[in-house]
Design a protein around this ligand. Sequence first.
Ligand code: 6LW
Length: 509
Amino acid sequence: MTTGMPVRPNPLIPGFNPDPSVVFADGAYFLVTSTFEYLPGMPVYRSTDLVEWTHIGNVATRPEQVEIQGVVTGCGVWAPTIRYRDGVFHVIVTVAMSPRGCVVFTATDPAGLWSDGTTIDGIDGIDPDLAWDDDGTAYVTYSGLGTTGEDIGAHHGIQQVRVDLDTGTALEPPRSLWSGTGSMFPEAPHLHRRGDWWYLMIAEGGTERGHAVSVARSRSPQGPFEPCPANPVLTARGTKRPVQNTGHADLVATPDGGSALVLLGVRPLGLTRAFSPLGRETFLTDVEWVDDWPLPAPLELAPRLGVEEVVFDFTDPAALDDPGWLGVRRTPADVASLTATPGRLAITGNGSTLDATAPCFLGRRQRHLTATISTRVDASRGTGGLAARYSEAQHLELEARGHGDHVTVTARAVVTGLTQTWEHTFPAGEVELRMEMSPPPTGFDPKALGGDRIRLTAVSGDDEVQLTELDGRHWTAEAAVSFTGRVLGLYAVDGTVTFAELGYAGSEQ
Ligand code: 6LW
């Protein structure tokens, strides 16, 4: 590390931020990640030093850009690539199982608005990368995983076509490129030009514990590619490293003139390090060039110190403008209103619970392993509350329901068809709902084998009741078999439920 360089935190961007891609343009770094069944799609983060990142907007702010309303959970917006050419930012992405397929979005301002997107016909695969040769030829290099028709699930390795971005057409049949060392699922290809070399960097081994980064080089973007003798150049498989599943990397020049990789990883908890509550997050590791080969340093965990606290006060009419809100197959503006009940956020249910594929849910990424989220809810006219969602099959919630002269609060844990509830009755009126998540104990404690600990509490006046404490293992990437991460937020099932504010406090201690 060059002296004077800021110590870069890792995770670089915590919480549900998988499949990162980064570009340096106009004096800053811009990074995008996957969002699957959530809207808005593809957050855009900006940094000038690779340390401090600001969520400046989202690529898919309009449902019609990605058409994910009908995709199964876990499909949708997979693995975008962001690139910059002649003053225009491009994001190319596969919207898996959506009519949109492989789409290229453009913008001159990466904060948005982004274009409606042009589907590129002739590309049946995932993880598309976009690169241009000196003569302006545009190459899409992708992982040939069949996502349509009879070909669903078949894997044809790393493939490439030249494309016409204006008309959205492939100019040739796909050619096969080098596809790694033989591990399963060669994917996440990125082409990088450095001097006379074209580098093809890929992920292989699958996005779980076998994940790895491998690289090859050629004098031509079309190959043939010569594999690096040190492949895989980065992996955590078979190690006790605190960050596992490392892979899906994109190469970037650092402010000090060096190079680095942004890539995904997970932070599994427990004595067996089995359960990752936050899902796949964005990390960074430095790269050293040896004999014109990019050799990444082993990824070091360096969590940010201190407590991150934020209160979304719903008397602020701009509270919903924050780009970090998420809906499930629905936009935040479609789910919640700051005008229906002045001074409060209102969510009107439609009978859908969190078991639904498009619940009336407004969420945010859980960004810390130790976190508290809380709200004050008025359920006199409906049913709703505070929830942690992994999917429609894995979620937990504190739900308030008004009954005239009293209000019941139900803590509910849902794990693939199994449900358990705890209930307490309070006098009518506003109730505080609070979820506290923290890493499991260490040492010889049965709880040390599990996931994080999740305490569910409700407060009315002087009556503070912890309804239950859960083993969070069931709401993790591994148990949910999920590509996303834990999303915390507010919801309604029926009637109109209003909230005074949403508070979040997180730390890594
Ligand atoms: C992503 C691919 C992957 O497109 O999962 O398992 C997909 N690896 O790289 C979604 O993250």
